[in-house]
Design a protein around this ligand. Structure first.
Ligand SMILES: [Zn+2]
Ligand SMILES: [Zn+2]
Length: 561
């Protein structure tokens, strides 16, 4: 994913009156969404999320968007708009704020509340918050923003219209068009139509489900399926779902009340997020239904419901530990029911089925999306996207949020409705909107940035994850000696690899490119070893990814001599 469009070079200067769009993540993958808009020398960022490493990715804990292309221009950033509270949209914000703490953050009440608890964990307290809601209009520098309600798998999601002298951009964020959502808050097609009437010059649309024909099933359809599982269960019920899926939790709470059961949360993020959602009124907790997890254990099994994290098979989550019989206080009994009320994110299949098998081996009845309608997607299917194109009638379309196949399918839908200009971009590919026409004009260097556990704060967890990555993806160390007087590489690179079937000789062909990249970086003004180490990391990381399809842990060491 790191090298689309090899023919492209650095973009030219942005023409006066033009708008530049640079995706730094989320185009070509589902995760780490981040898009930078530039107008008149100023920048606006929409979303700043993380990507969770899958089976084939090492990315220790998290993978961030590459801030490299804007690192020197952080003072030009007017604001960071967060469309909703999912990790793939807000998760990298603390890492961006470490580089400039006073970037104004703009988002809905729930989005900013979820983000705020994250920022506090990172001890970031200097950041101005601008809470907005649908219908609000607010300007930051040359960017005039208007927010539109959209329906998604988390409450309080927003689309954003961005007006500048170059025209109007409408960014849907993640959305679907559930017509009877649990909270009654639908995607505001009337606002989409009004903006379309005014003239949408560039429409950025969620591609995740563009390949899925028809319409995404309504959340309400899950209710009777949950009810049935509750009715049939004679013992304890454990429901695993995303810790941000407030409406799914609401459905479980309601079913529990109906069947005279008590509920406890397990998993730190579940406890934290649901407290926030309850305090802000997004989750309606019926009186008397919640108890502490330890109290729950004193009740008869047929009165117990646990709502847990770990629906993606995360190895250290509550559910995985229950499946391995090493949870502190939840001990699964034969005949218990476990409901995985969640999607299966591509890449997590092995982990999830490992957990399902573990639970089944202990005698649990496991209900999951493979055998019952216990999950629906949060993203618009093809039918919904067609509606949007017909309502908005945009001049130009840039599909976002998806793998390449999703974005291409989304572009085909736009074309089918008569959109003349569909522009395809991946991370780092620069799109300019000039005189009402969008086109690809170049690319910037944009790689994966891996975070190891130290910053997340849970040492044990990170150490275990490190071990897994070392085992599965291996480890590469690169040592380069730089002559600080001559300003060039004087020895090395010396490359050592472990943990994957590599011989040290496999790396001969990348040695000269590393030397060239470091020398070039010095010529361009990099002076400290940290920057040079990032150059080394990027160069070898991209090469290993392209030639070996691996993402090992890379430890670059640049020594000045
Ligand atoms: Zn989302
Ligand atoms: Zn998303």
């Amino acid at each position: 994913m790191s090298h689309p469009h090899p023919e492209l070079s650095a973009p030219p200067k942005l023409p006066r009156g033009g708008l530049r769009v640079t995706p730094l993540g989320g185009l070509g993958e589902v995760g780490r969404n981040m898009t930078v808009f530039e107008y008149d020398g100023r920048l606006l960022i929409v979303d700043c999320g993380v990507l969770f490493p899958d089976d084939h990715q090492p990315g220790v804990d998290l993978i961030l968007p590459d801030f490299g292309p804007i690192r020197d221009r952080l003072d030009d950033v007017e604001a960071l708009v967060l469309t909703h509270g999912h990790e793939d949209h807000i998760g990298a914000t603390p890492y961006l704020l470490r580089e400039r703490q006073d970037i104004p953050l703009v988002g809905s009440e729930l989005t900013l509340a979820l983000l705020n608890s994250k920022l506090r964990e990172h001890r970031l307290r200097q950041t101005p918050f601008y809470t907005v809601k649908e219908g609000d209009r607010i300007s930051f520098g040359p960017f005039d923003l208007e927010f539109v309600a959209v329906n998604h798998s988390i409450p309080d999601a927003l689309a954003v219209a961005i007006r500048t002298g170059a025209g109007m951009v409408l960014h849907t964020g993640d959305f679907k068009m559930d017509q009877l959502p649990l909270d009654g808050r639908i995607t505001d097609l009337r606002a989409f139509a009004r903006l379309g009437e005014e003239g949408v010059d560039l429409f950025l649309t969620d591609s995740t489900n563009a390949e899925v024909p028809g319409f995404t099933t309504a959340e309400r359809k899950i209710t009777p399926v949950l009810e049935q599982a509750f009715a049939e269960s004679k013992q304890r019920i454990i429901v695993a779902c995303f810790a941000s899926h407030v409406h799914r939790v609401q459905q479980v709470l309601d079913a529990a009340v109906k069947h005279d059961r008590k509920v406890a949360y397990v998993g730190r993020s579940m406890v934290r997020n649901m407290a926030i959602a309850r305090d802000l009124g997004y989750l309606k907790v019926p009186p008397g239904v919640m108890v502490e997890a330890k109290e729950l254990a004193d009740l008869a099994p047929e009165r117990q419901v646990l709502i847990s994290t770990g629906s993606q098979g995360e190895p250290l989550s509550a559910l995985a530990r229950i499946a391995q019989r090493n949870h502190n206080f939840v001990h699964l009994e034969e005949g218990d029911t476990v409901i995985l009320a969640s999607s299966l994110i591509p890449g997590n299949e092995n982990a999830v089925y490992r957990v399902i098998n573990g639970l089944a081996r202990l005698g649990a009845h496991v209900v999951h999306k493979g055998n019952a309608l216990v999950h629906v997607s949060g993203h618009a299917s093809a039918g919904e996207l067609l509606y949007c194109y017909n309502i908005v009638k945009p001049r130009n379309v840039l599909p976002v949020h998806g793998e390449v196949r999703h974005m291409l399918a989304n572009g085909d839908l736009a074309k089918a409705t008569g959109v003349e200009n569909v522009v395809y971009a991946e991370d780092g590919v620069v799109v300019d909107l000039v005189d009402g026409v969008a086109s690809v004009v170049g690319k910037v260097d944009c790689g994966y940035v891996f975070v190891d556990g130290q910053s997340v704060g849970d040492v044990t967890e990170s150490e275990l994850k490190d071990r897994r990555i070392l085992g599965e993806e291996g480890f590469i160390s690169v040592i380069v000696v730089v002559d600080s007087v001559a300003g060039k590489v004087s020895a090395g690179p010396e490359i050592h690899a472990r943990g994957h079937a590599w011989a040290d000789s496999d790396f001969e062909s990348i040695k000269q490119p590393i030397v060239d990249a470091v020398n070039r970086s010095i010529d361009e003004g990099s002076t400290d070893t940290y920057q040079l180490q990032q150059t080394v990391r990027r160069t070898i990381g991209r090469w290993v990814s392209n030639t070996h399809k691996r993402r090992p842990m890379i430890i670059p060491v640049v020594v000045e001599a």
